[in-house]
Design a protein around this ligand. Sequence first.
Ligand SMILES: [Zn+2]
Ligand SMILES: [Zn+2]
Length: 313
Amino acid sequence: MDRRHFLEMGATAGVAVVAGEKILAQAMPATARPRPQQADPASVPVRTTQLHDNLYLLQGAGGNMVLETGADGCLLIDASFAPAVPRIREAIAAVAPAAAGGLLINTHWHSDHTGGNEGMHAAGFTIIAHRLTRERLSTPQPMRLFHYTVPASPPGALPAICIDQSLAIWRNGDSIEVAHFAPAHTDTDISIHFLKADVLHVGDIWFNGGYPFIDEGAHGTIGGMIRAGEQVMALASASTKIVPGHGPLGDRAGYEKYREMLIAIRDRVAAMKAAGLSEEETIARKPTAAFDEAVGEGFMSADMFAGIVYRTL
Ligand SMILES: [Zn+2]
Ligand SMILES: [Zn+2]
């Protein structure tokens, strides 16, 4: 992982800590902790990259966001952490000064993607998500790996429209296909594909450039992550722009390499587990070693990821 990318991943993780998530506070290796000035979501600037005529990638605190603008109103994918809402609204105003409200789709329930829901709802956005995103946001969610329970969200943060399997939206001259993944990173994951622009947001199915976090408390598994990859590969063509939940904009070839890495690590850990090794013994044998130099330690350390793979096999 190059330095810029490393810092991006670290910033994401550190933001979680400051946003009250306490995520990774103890668990993160010191080398992956963010620089202090990157830690406050309210002060992390949102970088805007045009992906198509009226489609933009917004990258600041939390997960990657996509914004579609036009006469039908804005459509925003994901909403970062609550304190980032003013930064998101500034970024929207910069490309769509007359915009007032619109639709907000959550890729999944995690607070680095839904923390801004309440603020964006107050700004006139109607929230759409998988039915289980609404369920998980409605009740406290223990995150065992981080020794932390995410509290229930306020009513204004809850999705008003829920999907089970798929949804089609026609807006601003594009058709947008929303599809549920079987449990992978969580059981709430959906993809959003802007067909005309050929931009596909896959949420945290892809941590581009880092080992993924997999939410065991929400039925996430390494096998599910790999199976979800088949769906990503089927949806994308060679020219599709794929927006990962974290890390830089990618494409099908980049995603394929990532999925091959997940398969290789899964196979190594599975062989060790089948040979009777404990989780600790497996981690000590460094099953990710072939990838550690390239991937490094971002949001997830190699050891934490190896543990997740072992436990969810
Ligand atoms: Zn995320
Ligand atoms: Zn996530």
